[in-house]
Design a protein around this ligand. Structure first.
Ligand code: SF4
Length: 294
């Protein structure tokens, strides 16, 4: 099969997998939260979420009616062929998935307010490119819900306040967000670089599996502290009270200008949808996060 067709099929498959089957790390975290939640209302909400996940899998239907904005992360091997065709393949896959899965059409022209009807439009699906060694192409899909996107924040902190200032910034964002991002959420946090770089890193940090703390023990400690502080807010599942407000906290960073302390918090809702597959140079495909579910 032609490489371009393989890329389209793989993108379609991971898009379908992502919106129907939540990744294992998210499911396990939700199950653990259900077992440990002490608020009756919180427990009821988590039970409804877990039942919803089961029903989505049983009926092969999207796990949430908002199937999100379509965002791809592409790790392109420097020696991979046909990289110039990947964008076209991802757009075609998005159109096909919108019609066949189906997905909710979520791409609106900000000037005319007209919905394109197929989840595509200028720069949508959005593609984050990364050049890596080798000749394979790895595709990751994130379908990003609007409710959790609406509370993402970036800001310029006071450099002198350092990590203490960052913690306050994040916990304030969680309190302000309240029920809006459909908690329990996952927090992607980043600092440094610049305003745009911090938000890009924060969003990408949402892709890290929940059971993987930051490899740097000092940063992992800050992740744990923010996790505990966020869960002390009592916002709880779906904002109805309880001790499960966040499922995980992932921090990334870039070095910063001495005078600037850019920081960003990206929220993902409990429907944290992502899937990854790798296309090898010989055309074979490895589905890395989901078994090949059709
Ligand atoms: S924020 Fe997430 S769970 Fe809530 S409606 Fe949007 S996609 Fe669904």
């Amino acid at each position: 099969m032609e490489m371009i067709k393989i890329a389209e099929d793989v993108a379609f498959n991971i898009l379908k997998q992502a919106v129907i089957y939540l990744p294992e790390d998210v499911k396990q975290a939700l199950k653990r939260a259900y077992a440990e939640e002490t608020s009756e209302t919180g427990k009821t909400q988590l039970k409804a979420i877990l039942d919803n996940i089961e029903l989505a899998e049983k009926y092969q239907a999207p796990v949430c009616q908002d199937t999100g904005t379509i965002i791809f992360y592409v790790k392109a091997g420097a020696k991979a062929k046909n990289l110039d065709k990947i964008e076209e393949a991802l757009v075609k896959a998005t159109r096909r998935a919108t019609a066949e899965v189906p997905l909710r059409p979520n791409a609106v022209d900000p000037f005319t307010q007209k919905n394109s009807g197929d989840n595509t439009g200028r720069l949508i699906p959005y593609i984050n490119w990364e050049i890596v060694l080798g000749d394979s192409v790895e595709l990751t899909i994130m379908t990003k819900g609007g409710g959790s996107e609406n509370v993402c924040v970036s800001g310029m902190l006071v450099p002198g306040e350092g990590i203490k200032g960052l913690k306050k910034f994040v916990v304030d964002a969680v309190i302000k967000a309240g029920a809006q991002p459909c908690p329990p959420t996952i927090l992607g946090i980043a600092m440094g670089g610049g305003a745009d770089i911090a938000m890009k890193l924060a969003k990408k940090a949402l892709l890290r599996p929940l059971n993987e703390p930051n490899p740097d023990p000092e940063i992992a400690k800050i992740e744990r502290e923010i996790f505990e502080a966020a869960n002390m807010t009592g916002i709880g599942p779906m904002g109805l009270g309880g001790k499960t407000t966040v499922l995980g906290v992932h921090i990334d960073y870039a070095f910063r200008h001495p005078a600037s302390f850019p920081a960003a918090v990206a929220f993902n809702c409990w429907a944290a949808r992502k899937a990854t597959a790798k296309i090898n140079a010989d055309g074979t495909v490895e589905y890395l996060t989901h078994k090949m579910k059709k």
